[in-house]
Write a protein that binds this ligand. Structure first.
Ligand code: GLV
Ligand code: MG
Length: 319
């Protein structure tokens, strides 16, 4: 079964109705490309979008990127046909299905069962295709723990701010900004933290959704910086200009990455017999112990997933 922790600092949204944009995505440095059949595609264009996506996936050129398709949600008439057409048509060239507006665990189970049948009947590896669950309304958020645990295919829990704001009657002019009269952070803090807690409790990735003011890169950095500081793993990008910002904001800084690798090496050494089997030791001016190792593991995992290389090495002190 899937459950992979892939690099997903930048999650590029590409409307399936645009062969041009599907093609352009091949050359962008996004960790993940998600090809949309949902809200970025008009109802009349959905059948064509399915075909464009199957063709693009089978043609390839997305090497090194996670390839995801966002289908329509289960309350529409489109979901089953989206899944069947895309997975039968391009299953081996597809990594995940993103399910929007997830409200209950049953909706994940339904998708899991459908995927399993398609995989079996087409001779594809069963369970390889993951599920990305978008949390976009109050019901989804209060059921998030069950949603996270509904299938081992679930890899991410994603905040969908636009739909979420609409569903809870939150006033706002630009997604990513605060409703008038609030401080940035206040409005989304509870939702972001709730998603993050479920993601950490069940080993999923926490992904922040879109920032719609695509010309405002500074705003993007600020909002991405907020979710990165909380511990989120990545954010959507709607425009090529946002890709580099997301990759940077969700990667550790080089010196933090180097430092975390040093802590891991030093702690390994000092807890070993050769290092004196100590539990708390000094690394330079810093006291490190088992909790330091846990914090270092988080940073080093993010750095390694981002393909960073360390620039320092640990040398054991002379006996
Ligand atoms: C994304 O799907 C959103 O609703 O913000
Ligand atoms: Mg949405």
């Amino acid at each position: 079964m899937s459950q992979q922790l892939r690099a997903r600092r930048s999650n590029l949204a590409v409307p399936g109705s645009s062969p041009k944009m599907l093609d352009k995505a091949r050359g962008l440095a996004a960790d993940q490309v998600f090809m949309d059949i949902e809200d970025a595609v008009a109802p009349l264009a959905k059948p064509e979008a399915r075909k464009n996506i199957v063709a693009a996936l089978n043609e390839g050129g997305y090497e090194g990127k996670t390839r995801t398709v966002r289908v329509n949600d289960w309350t529409t008439q489109w979901t089953y046909a989206d899944v069947i057409e895309v997975v039968e048509g391009a299953g081996p060239n597809l990594d995940c299905i993103m399910l929007p507006k997830v409200q209950t665990a049953d909706q994940i189970i339904a998708l899991d069962l459908l995927l399993t049948q398609i995989e079996k009947s087409n001779g594809f590896e069963v369970g390889r295709i993951g599920i990305e669950a978008q949390i976009e309304n109050a019901k989804g958020l209060i059921n998030i723990d069950a949603i996270a645990q509904a299938s081992p295919r679930v890899e991410t829990l994603i905040f969908g701010p636009a739909d979420f704001m609409a569903s809870i009657n939150m006033k706002s002019l630009v997604v990513g900004e605060q409703p008038p009269g609030y401080d940035v952070g206040d409005a989304y803090h509870y939702i972001l933290m709730r998603i993050l807690m479920a993601a950490r409790a069940y080993d999923k990735q926490a992904i922040d959704g879109p920032y719609l003011a695509i010309k405002d890169l500074e705003g993007y950095r600020r909002v991405a910086g907020r979710s990165a500081a909380l511990g989120f793993d990545g954010k959507w990008v709607l425009h090529p200009d946002q890709v580099a910002a997301a990759n940077e904001v969700f990667s550790p800084r080089q010196d933090d990455y180097d430092h975390s690798e040093m802590i891991l090496d030093a702690y390994d050494y000092f807890t070993s017999a050769a290092g004196g089997a100590k539990g708390a030791v000094m690394l330079g001016d810093e006291m490190i112990d088992e909790a330091s190792r846990k914090m270092a593991l988080v940073v080093s995992a993010k750095g390694r997933a981002a393909g960073m290389t360390r620039t320092t090495t640990f040398t054991a002190p002379e006996a």
